[in-house]
Every structure is written in C-alpha cells, then in structure tokens.
Design a protein around this ligand. Structure first.
Ligand code: NAI
Length: 249
C-alpha cells in the first residue's frame, strides 16, 4: 500500500508515517523539511508542485492519502493559517484524487480539529471568500478565528465530496483531535494569548492525547475494516465535544 502523508516531519504526521511503515506500507512524506518531497503548501504553486512530485514518485497510483500539514492558532499571520490548513489541504485532496481512483481499496483521511465545530459554515467567512475582510476586523485573536474557520471549511469540503468520491470508489473521512502533545500545541502553550486557556481547560479524560493515538484512528480509517465508513468526522478529544456540545452531533 502506498500512502502520501503531508506534515510528515512532525507530530501527528510523523506518528502516522511511522505507524504506516510499521504496518508495511510505503510512505511518501511531504513537508517543508525532513521529507521525501519538500514543498510549501501555503501557495497554490507549492501545492501543485507537491501534487506533481507525488504523482511522479508513485507513478500516478495511490492507495492512501493522509493530510496532516497544518499551522496552529498562535502563528502570527492568520492568512497563512487559512492558506495551509484550508487551501493547501483541499488542493492536495483534489490533486491526488485521480491517483487514488487507480489505487487498491483507496481511502483518504484529513486531519481537521474540534475547532471545526467552533463556528458554523453559515457564519464562516471562507464560505463567501470574505476571510480577508473578516480578519482585518479580528484584531489580536485573528489566529484563533482563522484556525476555526480553516478547520470548519476543511471538514465541510470533505463532506461535500462524499457523493462524488464514493461514486469513484474512494473513501474520505476527517479526524477531529482535541489537545494533542505536539510542537503545534506547544506553540499555543508558549503564546501568552492562548497558553493559560489551554492549560486551564481539562477534558473529561484529564490529559492530552498522543500523536500515536491519532495515528491509530487514521490507520483504522484507511484500512479495510472501515469499508463502510465514509464522509464522517471522528472526534478524538478525550470527551471535549461531548462536554461542550452534548446536544449537538
Ligand atoms: P506539528 O506542528 O507537529 O506538525 C505539522 C507539520 O505540518 C509540520 O511538520 C510542519 O512543517 C508542516 N507544515 C506546516 N506548514 C506547512 C506548509 N506550508 N507546507 C508543508 N508543510 C507544512 O503539528 P500537529 O499537531 O502534528 O498537527 C497536525 C495536524 O493536526 C494539523 O492540521 C493541526 O491543525 C491538527 N490538529 C492538531 C491538534 C493538536 O493539539 N496538536 C489539535 C487538533 C488538530
């Protein structure tokens, strides 16, 4: 099984790459550094160059795609957060779809976030392409908004592809982690705007998740046991979603 993993150099992407290799898959990692394919997914040119390099390397045939590359709310430029988390992710998804259609039992998993539920698509400025104007009004917490909008948009865009992708024989799901111990989370903890709130919030399971726990769910979703699982979002958050939105699912 040949699987592309973006964000493979760190955190959830690295754990997923390791787990896939341990299970016998061939992994093609894509990242800014320390990867098989070095690409910057924050621009359409960078995303296209990643797609071209992946297709070249795998001969136009892929069995799995896992899109982990992303930036956290603490990153100073909120536009960059939307560029990587949303535009770059969707560009890879669509660019690699033809190769997945030629794969064996093909499936893709996109790493979204519990933050995808912090806004609705109706109030998400990305829906109408109005994110720049909305960010101009957002002030110092623009990064948190950009993060929630980008993750909401990515989940919506996965769900909107459910009919077309199933028709082509390719399964597609999202995972939505809560706080997971990675450099991205550490960036938030170190940021005076967000650190205290992250530290003070306790999930029903009172610890942070590990990248390996997310990797386990991703491997399940890629595999044959998940053959009827499609267009779904899986919360993996120690119970945060159930705690904060018990009536919404
Ligand atoms: P991480 O910072 O450990 O890994 C992210 C990887 O994405 C890094 O290797 C980085 O180089 C890569 N990346 C960033 N910008 C890129 C670009 N322009 N082009 C190519 N690669 C780029 O972070 P983590 O936590 O493993 O994040 C993985 C995904 O999980 C992200 O999409 C994140 O939003 C999501 N997530 C993480 C949570 C957490 O608490 N750690 C919670 C919910 C979602």
């Amino acid at each position: 099984m040949t699987v592309v993993v973006t964000g493979s150099a760190s955190g959830i992407g690295a754990a997923t790459s390791n787990a896939l290799r341990a299970a016998g898959s061939e992994v093609v990692g894509v990242d800014l550094r320390d990867a098989d394919i070095i690409a910057d997914l924050s621009s359409s040119e960078g995303a296209q160059s990643a797609v071209d390099a992946v297709l070249d390397r795998c001969g136009g045939v892929l069995d799995g795609v896992v899109l982990c590359a992303g930036l956290g709310p603490h990153v100073p430029d909120p536009r960059l957060i939307i560029a990587v988390n949303y535009h770059g992710t969707v560009a890879l998804l669509d660019g690699l779809f033809p190769a997945l259609q030629k794969g064996a039992n093909p499936a893709a998993v996109v790493v979204s976030s519990v933050a995808s539920t912090h806004v609705t698509w109706d109030e998400n400025p990305i829906a109408a392409g109005g994110e720049d104007a909305a960010l101009a009004a957002a002030g110092e917490y623009g990064g948190a908004l950009a993060y929630a909008w980008s993750k909401n948009a990515v989940t919506v865009n996965v769900r909107k592809r459910a009919a077309e992708w199933a028709g082509a024989g390719v399964r597609l799901n999202t995972v939505a982690p809560g706080s997971i111990d990675t450099p991205l989370l550490q960036g938030g903890l170190d940021d005076p705007r967000f650190g205290e709130a992250i530290r003070n919030f306790t999930a029903p399971i009172p610890r942070r998740g590990t990248p390996d726990e997310i990797a386990s769910l991703i491997l399940y979703l890629l595999g044959p046991q998940a053959g009827f699982v499609h267009g779904a979002q899986f919360m993996i958050d120690g119970g945060v979603d159930a705690l904060t939105r018990p009536t919404k699912f």
